[in-house]
Design a protein around this ligand. Structure first.
Ligand code: F6R
Length: 610
């Protein structure tokens, strides 16, 4: 949460920083700000709300200079206001910060007692005061920042500049992401790769406890206390256009359309059809025979992927799987031993609860591994030192509502299930070949769904004004009902609930009336008949029914008000396809209602706070 960009070079810093912030706006959009140092003076511009408000301020009061820092905020301490917007400046020291300083109240009290005056309600201003007071005692910037780090507790990634030493940016990381982009005669620092992709593809991923000083000529990395850390640059193969809308109205729409490619990329190179084997590069699930239990942990949409993963792994590899919300798992003293495999799923690899949950499990003896989309993210790194990481190849996901990350997570889970099934002997070569053949059909099948977007738009038009929705599914499509409901509520602000269809009669059926649309998923498979019976119960109470069913299902139209047919596949693969029309329904309802699809209110993409 919160996006940081810093630049030191020979070009106009404002242009580069604002462009970078635009790529990071998904991380927070309560306010934005920029500070540029020029001729030994700091110029600061800040505005409440989206970046376009800051653009307006800058067009009226431009800032020149070739070194600067910028920030887009997701408010934690202090409401969204110009005063609370970053950068925070004290005596020529400016700071942008992502994270939470836990001991800020006691530090604030101590600093106030020394006569220091605060202009904002934020924890970040503490950092600026601490550095400024260390500078006032005669320290230069780098030791002043090091001394500040000794005083603060909590999660932080910050970038600091000083008008007294206007040739350098200082950054440090603890539990919140920060990357350094390397250029020629210029260097960049940011919360995430897309911010600098237009200028460099060579990055250094700072680790917790790293401290970096960026100048025009280079980057020096040490630990907080000054021990040198070797600079190990990595080349990223994401291209700048991947972070553009490419003719789509919203990133979310573009990302829905990228799913055939993202799915194919996630399968590519990992499947040997001849041997019917899956190669999980980077992941060693240990001795698969000895693992007697899995815990999959995640948050939000990734948690829904985990729920589908339970069906896949239990059915194919016959290992019991528990699925736990990371925010719950981390605090409930889980029962874990060396035969427990713990799998984290995270698009960003930075979700704080997920990271904390796997750390807790690792301490208790579990092998931890991850499905992640972002290279070298905190979760990926934590797992690389244990069981390993299986990367989804979805490319950058910018829309706040997760789409292509979800479908590629499902693909990764299916690959893991087949791998485990083959290793444990629960899946024959022939059966594995059949499952893998089905998996390879998915990109084309998603394309077929996308090619019929017009009929989804018609459905969306008919229900766009409803205030409540119910989503029903059974088996592996139950988590898809949850995911469909989450997509709708987060981007359209319409109340929606996902339920296991069989649970209807235990309560939710009381909600049904002619005003409430129910979206049911009733694809071919072992629970088809049961699901249809549950949907009939909705119909019998005058409920409006939209049903996602399998091509060739002639019967479903008799009960449904609207039907959307998806190509037939294995029931365990179905969720990768059935979720796509639900993403599109949510997208179009939100768009018809005029909400901000890519940046819905109160949300941020990467949730690095508890
Ligand atoms: C919803 C959504 C969130 C994320 C959740 C976990 O569309 O995107 O619910 O799935 O915040 O994020 P990651 O996967 O980055 O750990």
């Amino acid at each position: 949460m919160c996006g940081i960009v810093g630049y030191v070079g020979n070009r106009e810093a404002t242009t580069i920083i604002i462009e970078g912030l635009r790529r990071l706006e998904y991380r927070g959009y309560d306010s934005a700000g920029i500070a540029v140092v020029d001729g030994g003076k700091t110029g600061i511009r800040r505005a409440v709300g989206k970046l376009r408000n800051l653009d307006k301020v800058l067009s009226e009061q431009p800032l020149a200079g070739t070194i600067g820092i910028g920030h887009t905020r997701w408010a934690t301490h202090g409401r969204p206001s110009e005063q609370n917007a970053h950068p925070h400046e004290v005596e020529g020291i400016t700071v942008v910060h992502n994270g939470i300083i836990e001991n800020y109240l006691e530090l604030r009290r101590a600093l106030s007692a020394q006569g220091r005056k605060f202009k904002s309600e934020t924890d970040t201003e503490i950092i600026a005061h601490l550095v400024a007071s260390n500078v006032a005692k005669g320290l230069s910037l780098v030791p002043a920042v090091r001394a500040t780090i000794e005083a603060i507790r909590g999660a932080f990634a910050f970038v600091i500049q000083s008008e007294h030493e206007p040739d350098k940016l200082v950054t440090a990381k603890n539990a919140t992401p920060i990357v350094v982009g390397l250029g020629e005669g210029e260097n960049f620092v940011a919360s995430d790769i897309p911010a600098c992709l237009a200028h460099t593809r060579v990055f250094v991923f700072l680790r917790d406890g790293d401290f970096a000083v960026l100048t025009r000529s280079g980057v020096e990395i040490t630990t907080f206390d000054g021990t040198p850390v070797p600079v190990k640059p990595k080349r990223i193969d994401w291209s700048p256009v991947m972070a553009e809308k490419g003719g789509h109205k919203h990133f979310m729409h573009k990302e829905i359309y990228e799913q055939p490619t993202a799915v194919a990329d996630t399968i590519r190179g990992r499947v040997s059809m001849e041997e019917a084997r899956v190669h999980l590069d980077g992941v060693s699930i240990g001795d698969a025979q000895k693992l007697n239990r899995f815990i999959i942990t995640a948050c939000g949409t990734s948690y829904h992927a985990a729920l589908v993963g339970k069906f896949m792994i239990e059915s194919i590899a016959r290992i019991p799987v528990e699925v736990d919300l990371a925010s719950e798992l981390r605090y409930r003293e889980p029962v874990i031993d060396e035969q427990t495999g713990v799998l984290a799923i995270s698009q960003s690899g930075e979700t704080l609860d997920t990271l904390a949950a796997i750390k807790e499990c690792r301490t208790r003896g579990a092998t931890i591994f991850a499905i992640c989309n972002v290279l070298e993210s905190s979760i990926a790194r934590e797992c690389a030192e244990s069981g390993g990481v299986l990367y989804t190849h979805a490319g950058p996901e910018i829309g706040v509502a997760s789409t292509k990350a979800f479908t590629t997570q499902l693909v990764a889970l299916y690959l893991i299930a087949i791998h485990l099934g083959r290793e444990r002997g629960t899946l024959s070569k022939e059966d594995a070949q059949e499952l893998l053949t089905h998996l390879r059909e998915v990109p084309k099948q998603i394309e077929s769904v996308l090619s019929r977007e017009a009929s989804i738009i018609s459905i969306a038009r008919r229900v766009a004004k409803a205030r409540d929705f119910l989503y029903l599914g059974r088996g592996p499509n139950y988590p898809i009902a949850l995911e469909g409901a989450l997509k709708l509520k987060e981007i359209s602000y319409i109340h929606a609930e996902g339920y296991a269809a069989g649970e209807m009669k235990h309560g939710p059926i009381a909600l049904i009336d002619e005003k409430m649309p129910t979206i049911g998923i009733a694809t071919a498979g072992p629970v088809y008949e049961k699901t249809v019976s549950n949907l009939e119960e909705v119909k019998a109470r005058d409920g409006k029914l939209i049903i996602i069913a399998t091509e060739g299902d002639a019967r479903i139209a008799e009960i449904a008000d609207d039907v959307f047919l998806v190509p037939k596949n294995d029931p365990l693969i179905d969720p990768i396809i059935t979720v796509v029309p639900l993403q599109l329904i949510a997208y179009h309802i939100a768009d018809l209602n005029g909400t901000d699809v890519d940046q819905p209110r109160n949300l941020a993409k990467s949730v690095t706070v508890e």
